[in-house]
Design a protein around this ligand. Structure first.
Ligand code: NAD
Length: 336
């Protein structure tokens, strides 16, 4: 049985990936410092799969703790989710973001180099493309100057991985996520935004629940069909499964390059107004929203061309936007 280290494994995407890994027969060991989650997620994962993953509360920035972990644990691959992810906060705390998102990455790769470990998967983001010149966005689209510190950590992260994987022969895949949404069908795990959510769907569900008075739609004068911004919303379970596909590619030595990167999205663009309408319809609730001016830094439209990912990873999305929005609402209703 292959043993996989999942950093940030108690977070939103990490927890869903741990479930899929266990379902596929992998043994999982999680590192998380609980900076953006709670320990109860470990019990929820156990309830879903029937198996409690090994868990280590470690801050990846503490190099010695990481070294101790690897002294005592053998792993066959690493999926690295742990990072700070709030775009706005990254602008006011750039050094914290660079330290956590890049420092932790370097320490992990150093351990892999020193111990001759292989198979590394990195959480990248479609933010690397900025406002792409052509839609849908293929992997060949150029990486644009990052609009935020957070986005920059993903770009530099990919560069670090490219250099390290080539020099030290570590097989790696960066998955460029589009917009992950939804919750597990059991509604036992989901997204836990701390404070005011910066992403659309948690804001939608919190508005429907009465936690937020009103949802602001930032701009209705974009050059899109209804004037609101367009994104590619992928169900988190489909996204989690892309990691299993990438891991199998690495473990099976089917990768074509030492460093590869793939778009992980649905291939479908959805506008903010479409999200609102679909959410209202599938959940039979009314959303209080108003159109306001554009938000600085927002792009017009981004959605993936998934042709390469579908073929190379032998993976495709299976869940609908309706399922994602239904599960997100059920998850919200479970939160007190
Ligand atoms: N959610 C999105 O919209 C999105 C989109 C693109 C990329 N990503 C990336 O995917 C990854 C996972 O995102 P998520 O939405 O699950 O975030 P999340 O905050 O829910 O999960 C990250 C987890 O990492 C942990 N963590 C953070 N710093 C740590 C450290 N130094 N040591 C140990 N644990 C640490 C947190 O406690 C948290 O549980 C991140 O790298 C994020 O940047 C997310």
């Amino acid at each position: 049985m292959k043993r996989i280290l999942v950093t940030g494994g108690l977070g939103f995407i990490g927890s869903h990936t741990v479930v899929e890994l266990q379902n596929e027969g992998f043994e999982v060991v999680i590192i998380d410092d609980l900076s953006n989650t709670t320990i109860s997620v470990l019990d929820s994962i156990t309830e879903i799969t029937g198996t409690k993953p090994d868990f280590h509360q470690i801050d990846l920035r503490v190099k010695n703790d990481l070294k101790n972990f690897f002294d005592n644990n053998k792993v066959d691959g690493i999926i690295h989710f742990a990072a700070f992810k709030a775009v706005g906060e990254s602008m006011s705390k750039p050094l914290d973001y660079y330290e956590n998102n890049l420092g932790s990455l370097v320490y992990l790769l150093q351990e892999m180099r020193d111990r001759k470990l292989d198979n590394f998967i990195f959480s990248s983001s479609c933010t690397v493309y900025g406002q792409a010149d052509e839609l849908p966005i293929t992997e060949n689209a150029p990486v644009k100057t990052a609009e935020s510190v957070y986005g920059n950590t993903k770009q530099i992260g990919e560069e670090i991985i490219r250099d390290a994987s080539t020099a030290h022969n570590i097989n790696t895949i960066a998955l460029r996520y589009f917009n992950p949404v939804g919750a597990h069908p059991t509604v036992k795990i989901g997204e836990l935004p701390l404070g005011v959510p910066a992403n659309l769907i948690p804001f939608v569900t919190q508005t429907a629940a009465g936690i937020r008075k009103e949802l602001s739609v930032f701009g209705d004068d974009y050059p899109t069909e209804d004037g609101t911004a367009v994104r590619d919303y992928i169900h988190v379970v489909d996204l989690a499964k892309a990691h299993i596909a990438a891991l199998k590619r690495l473990i099976g030595n089917s990768n074509k390059e030492t460093f590869e990167y793939f778009n992980v999205g649905t291939g479908r663009g959805t506008s903010v107004l479409e999200i609102i309408n679909t959410f209202e319809k599938v959940n039979n609730v009314k959303l209080n929203y108003k159109i306001v001016g554009r938000r600085e830094g927002d792009i017009t439209a981004a959605f993936a061309d998934t042709t390469i990912a579908n073929k190379e990873l032998n993976w495709k999305t299976e869940k609908s936007l309706e399922e994602a929005l239904e599960s997100a609402w059920k998850w919200q209703q479970k939160q007190s």
